[in-house]
Write a protein of this length. Structure first.
Ligand code: SF4
Length: 291
């Protein structure tokens, strides 16, 4: 089976990403984020494991991929789980991508990515960090085993100081839980060199909603009518009412503008709010290694 595949999230017409590939060196993710959606389609989703014969499969897939398209790693796992420190599989893949002149977007919550600054500089790359809160007591509950937000900020600073472009994924926004911290997060990432923000509201699937209810029962009770009475179902996910999503995304766009960052909503059907040249931050990819 191919490991570098067309990025086409459930054939969702709301996705505005440029044509790109999705690639996950690992199956499953150890961070155990409460809001994670991979539990809806990956068995034992929170048990991270290396893909079998990964390097051979990547070498094979690289013979057929269109090098003009970017490779996004990863959207159904983190390419820098703790085991990557020893296995160095992501690093080996970056070496292959560099050799082939590929353009790469790394999406991560881990500061381990800074180990590979040398490779990221050889490549045409951007690193997108997900930060949903700066409060440690909240991030412990939301993203129990992910590196703390402060370490992610330090990693962003280290990368941007080394001239690796960085962007923020402020995703998901959960009203009543982390929306009060929007301005502080954007101020913080702007100060460490981020240039673009991609954001999305929480769009729970049934399994994610059950986890969320268990950990945040009071917020879940308040949000229940917004999702399940006034909201709508789209591609097996529940959406908040449009006016609620619009207000949240506008707030983020304004905060971005105040700090000189571009902005794009992700899968909200609100493209009119986009101020960046791409929604996913891929326009920040440098051209250094491209053929
Ligand atoms: S880092 Fe991403 S893939 Fe991993 S558990 Fe969290 S939301 Fe899921």
């Amino acid at each position: 089976m191919d490991v570098i595949r067309e990025f086409d999230p459930w054939g969702d017409p709301l996705c505005t990403c440029p044509k790109k590939y999705g690639f996950n060196p690992y199956t499953g993710c150890p961070h155990r984020c409460i809001y994670c959606y991979i539990t809806s389609y990956i068995p034992r989703a929170f048990e991270c494991r290396a893909k079998k014969n990964l390097i051979i499969r990547v070498e094979r897939d690289l013979k057929r991929v269109d090098k003009r398209r970017i490779i996004s790693m990863s959207n159904s796992s983190d390419p820098y789980p703790p085991m990557e420190a020893k296995l160095k599989l992501t690093r080996a893949c970056l070496e292959l991508f560099s050799r082939e002149g590929c353009r790469v977007q790394v999406v991560t919550k881990s500061d381990l990515v800074t180990r590979d600054i040398d490779m990221l500089l050889q490549l045409s790359s951007v690193v997108s960090f997900t930060i949903t809160t700066l409060k440690r007591n909240l991030s412990r509950k939301l993203e129990p085993l992910a590196p703390p937000p402060k370490r992610r900020l330090k990693a962003m600073q280290k990368l941007s100081s080394a001239d690796v472009p960085v962007s923020l994924r402020l995703d998901p926004i959960i009203p009543g839980l982390n929306d009060a911290g929007i301005d502080r997060i954007i101020e913080a990432v702007a100060s460490v060199g981020a240039k673009h923000v991609t954001s999305s509201t929480f769009k729970p699937r049934p399994d994610g909603w059950h986890r969320f209810q268990r950990v945040f029962p009071e917020t879940a009770t308040k949000l229940t009518p917004l999702y399940f009475e006034q909201g709508k179902r789209h591609h097996n996910s529940w959406y908040l009412p449009r006016e609620v999503r619009l207000e949240l995304m506008k707030r983020i766009r304004e905060a971005c503008a105040a700090h000189g960052l571009t902005f794009a909503p992700c899968r909200e059907g609100l493209q009119e709010l986009t101020t960046g040249a791409s929604c996913d931050g891929s326009h920040l990819i440098s051209r250094k290694g491209s053929s």
